[in-house]
Ligand binder design. Structure first.
Ligand code: G2I
Length: 468
């Protein structure tokens, strides 16, 4: 691999105006939480836990946004970065949806895995009708424009998607292949590499989880790209069927790692014949646990992305009538058994033994009409901890600021759903774009990780919350 990229967990530094204490300050209640999140557990083991997001849900559904922000540290646009969404007609680029998703990820300290530049689906007819030379020019322009726009903000790209067919590992007979020949793949990777030299470049496909003719062909293509320094990783989509996690999956991923590549589970879902009964949901949880464990235990597996949040968000029932329930959350946002097994496979946030039980202290609720903030230690380890925080509005708010001072050497290393001056001894942070407006009685959340002295107790300082 020629190019390595630091995982991006950027704190957004900014100037925050702190209202004076007279303005409806609430003292926090503090307590210890036993719960952890997928995100907290994945952060702790240095993996991505991602979700494919729908622009519409992200814009219109506060609960969806909240779970996407708190449970996942990586996002993929389910449709918004595809060619038909970004360049519906020649040279007319539309980035409203893709921008919104990347902004959301940035606000929440999440990485973005980009999907996708070159695919035989969701590519407009005007591209499909071009001659070889013109198609090449359109491809180069498209990749340059999209990759340049998100340079430094999208960490990795599915440069080509589904280029191998389902029969005997032959190349897919797509309009790309017919117009440009097999060289279209190299052209795509060369263009992407030049456009964003720091992004990790992936080849992505389905039904390549097992060692089979299709994954053999991907392996051959990968070898060729690696020899030219053009490939960083292989995406295994993993649209799986209940009870059919391939027995060769681990060994198959390993052979790509042995080429010097990263591997990633890019579109995981596990579908069930409907209606799904409780034993099937339990079996699904086992299957999820196996797939996520394979990635968790493989150093060069960067992470797992699930292809949608709730069962009702999934593409599966529309394409496989009578099948469904393939994801981690029910439609009411409750967690399915598979959620817990994924958490387990990610190490449950307890890969290092806790140094102490989290401290529980409670102060009386504030009398004022502002807001209260609650911190809880979710999972401490020797040199750090993940915290969850809740901000509750006592009256309708259009924004909030929280502040506290660490008693010791604790410092925030990364945070989500909050922005401000977060890294010092005194922390001052405000809402991000989506979680500032709260009705009376409504709550929102943010979270962060800290570093701390080896073996010390993760403290729970008093938090002051002030309405904007
Ligand atoms: O087909 C499942 C996935 C296989 N691998 C590549 C992925 O990009 C693909 O994702 C799916 C999306 O989950 C669907 O949401 O790709 C489909 C398109 O092939 C997406 O479906 C399309 C519908 O077919 C369109 O009718 C709809 O306008 O989503 C569009 C946007 O909602």
């Amino acid at each position: 691999m020629l190019f390595h990229r630091q995982r991006r967990r950027v704190l957004i530094a900014g100037v925050v105006t702190v209202a004076t204490a007279a303005l409806g300050i609430g003292l926090s209640t503090q307590f210890a939480g036993a719960q952890t999140t997928l995100r907290g557990a994945a952060d702790e083991i240095g993996k991505d836990i991602g979700v494919a997001v729908s622009y519409d849900q992200l814009m219109n559904n506060a609960q969806y946004r909240n779970i996407v922000a708190t449970e996942f540290n990586s996002l993929t646009a389910e449709n918004a970065m595809k060619w038909d969404a970004t360049e519906p007609s020649d040279g007319n680029y539309t980035f409203t949806q893709a921008d919104a998703i990347v902004d959301f990820a940035e606000d929440n300290g999440q990485t973005v895995h980009g999907h996708t530049f070159v695919w035989h689906q969701q590519t407009p007819q005007w591209v499909q009708n071009l001659s070889g030379t013109a198609m090449r020019a359109a491809m180069v322009d498209h990749i340059n424009t999209v990759a340049n726009r998100y340079e430094g903000r999208v960490d990795s790209w599915d440069v080509v998607n589904e280029v191998v067919s389902d029969s005997n590992g032959a190349m897919r007979d797509s309009f790309w292949l017919r117009a440009m020949g097999e060289g279209y793949i190299t052209t795509a990777f060369q263009t992407a590499r030049a456009a964003d030299p720091n992004a990790d470049l992936y080849i992505n496909d389905y039904s390549i989880e097992a060692d089979n003719a299709k994954s053999d062909r991907i392996y051959t293509i990968a070898q060729g790209l690696v020899s030219q320094g053009l490939l960083d990783g292989v995406g295994f989509q993993s649209h799986l069927i209940l009870g059919q996690v391939p027995s060769t999956m681990e060994a198959n991923l390993q052979r790509f790692v042995d080429l010097g590549l990263k591997v990633r589970i890019t579109e995981l879902d596990i579908r069930i014949g409907m209606p799904a009964d409780s034993s099937e949901l339990a079996r699904q949880a086992q299957d999820y646990e196996r797939v996520v464990s394979i990635c968790a235990e493989l150093a060069d597996c960067t992470g797992v992305t699930v292809w949608g949040l709730r069962d009702g968000d999934s593409w599966v029932p529309g394409v496989f009538p009578g099948e469904g329930a393939p994801l981690l959350f029910n439609d009411d946002f409750s967690k399915k058994p598979a959620y817990n097994s994924v958490l387990n496979a990610l190490g449950d946030g307890t890969t290092e033994p806790p140094t102490s039980d989290p401290v529980t202290t409670t102060s009386p609720p504030p009398p004022g009409d502002g807001c209260t903030a609650t911190l809880s230690v979710q999972s401490p380890w020797n040199t750090g901890a993940t915290y969850a925080a809740t901000v509750k509005a006592d009256r309708a708010l259009t924004g909030w600021t929280v502040t506290w001072t660490w008693p010791g050497s604790e410092r925030i290393s990364n945070a989500w759903s909050i922005q401000g001056n977060l890294t010092g001894a005194t922390v001052t942070g405000s809402n991000v774009g989506y979680n500032g407006t709260l009705a009376a009685g409504q709550s929102t959340t943010f979270g962060f990780n800290i570093t701390k002295a080896n073996g010390s107790t993760a403290s729970v300082p008093t938090v002051t919350c002030t309405p904007a």
